[in-house]
Design a protein around this ligand. Structure first.
Ligand SMILES: *Cc1c(COP(=O)(O)O)cnc(C)c1O
Length: 380
């Protein structure tokens, strides 16, 4: 069964009792038991609900994983993984990671003795750090947010396993349609389902996929014991959005390539990053481990900050907003929005400068999007 068919049919079989083609959502906190401890498979929604089971079944198949545990947000999924660590454990991470992942380590878990160190893992010359630092876990994103660096998942998984550690890949930016980290050797694939997987910017969710029984047990435990469960209704919405993931990603890819090409040809951009532009430094690697690009495009404008702000505030179809991966186009200024929680010097050291603008290109008509950008540029 191919991707689009899995997305529509797996975990989404018609309701056994009524034949309803769309499975119902059970908005219930608790489940009646036959006798004490004798349930019909569910006891309390924090530890399970049919909507979690259905969404998890679809996501596991799409990520080519044996198991998937769903959470209330991408950060709840991040929290679930970190909650399995102990005081004294340390994590080695790619230096360009999502701002809130940086913050949860720095401001929440550091005080419990869990430390994180950052290194540029897009550069194979730094792989020896993995064996040298002997971390409990290696944490990466690819493509990274917002620089869209591509990390070699297969090579990193090999380096991690040789060093006796494990690799987590945050797969939010690629989506399972374009990249499957577990098939490339990663131990955990985490996604914020809020983004491409749901795709309609109307609820939050997260997932952790794995082929490891031990990790699966730990994720199920975190869901109920730490209270990281999603809401049944949000899972129902995500299951609905997920059915069109394949067709949406194709259009995001087509539109993003058009927008990136337009931006690259402007005189006022210093750099345009899109993994499927031949100018991307890791274009060959992107083609090797991804089946296509998402809607994320990053441009560094060679303009003063006021002009960048004016440009991104004057667009009709790109809403100035955090988040990404929805059908509608969004634009974001990471230095003052998503990555504002990272100190300025650290942010600039990894390349998140004031001229950097991140586009989440939606599935509108590409010509309309380009005309919108040109109109705003003409006012500068
Ligand atoms: C948004 C995002 C998260 C967090 O997900 P939420 O659903 O917002 O909690 C984690 N990682 C990446 C790469 C993200 O883009």
């Amino acid at each position: 069964m191919e991707f689009e068919t899995v997305a529509i049919h797996v975990g989404q079989e018609p309701d056994q009792e009524t034949g309803a083609v769309i499975p119902p959502v059970y908005l219930t906190s608790t489940f009646a038991q036959h006798a004490p401890g004798q349930t019909r498979g569910y006891d309390y929604t924090r530890s399970g609900n049919p909507a979690f089971t259905r969404l998890g079944a679809t996501l596991a198949r799409l990520e080519q994983a044996e198991f998937a545990t769903v959470f209330g947000s991408g950060m709840a999924a991040v929290n679930a993984v970190i909650s399995t660590l102990s005081s004294g454990d340390h994590v080695l991470a790619e230096e360009n990671i999502y701002g809130c992942t940086y913050r949860i380590y720095d401001q929440v878990f550091k005080k419990f003795g869990i430390t994180i160190r950052y290194v540029d893992l897009s550069d194979p010359a730094n792989y020896p750090e993995i064996a040298k630092q002997n971390p409990t876990l290696v944490w990466i994103e690819s493509p990274t947010n917002p620089l869209l660096k591509i990390l070699d998942i297969e090579a990193l998984a090999t380096a991690c396993h040789a060093a006796g550690t494990e690799l987590l890949v945050d797969n939010t930016f690629a989506s399972p349609y374009f990249q499957n980290p577990l098939s490339l050797g990663a131990d955990l694939s985490l996604s914020s389902t809020t983004k491409y997987i749901n795709g309609h910017s109307d609820c939050l969710g997260g997932v952790v996929c794995t082929n490891s029984h031990a990790w699966n047990e730990k994720m199920i435990f975190a869901q109920k014991a730490v209270g990281l469960n999603p809401s049944p209704f949000d899972c129902w919405l995500i299951s609905r959005g997920l059915k069109t993931l394949g067709i949406r990603m194709e259009k995001h890819f087509e539109n993003a390539l058009a927008v990136a090409t337009f931006l690259e040809n402007l005189d006022c951009t210093a750099t345009v990053r899109y993994p499927f532009l031949p100018s991307h430094p890791q274009h060959e690697l992107a083609k090797k481990q991804m089946r296509g690009g998402s809607g994320m495009v990053t441009a560094i404008f060679d303009l003063p900050l006021e002009q960048v702000v004016k440009l991104i505030s004057n667009l009709q179809f790109f809403s100035l907003a955090e988040s990404l991966g929805g059908i509608e186009s969004l634009i974001c200024h990471p230095a003052s929005m998503t990555h504002a929680s990272i100190p300025k010097e650290e942010r600039e050291a990894v390349g998140i400068t004031d001229g950097l603008v991140r586009f989440s290109v939606g599935i509108e008509n590409a010509a309309d999007l380009i005309e919108d950008l040109q109109t705003a540029l003409n006012t500068l």
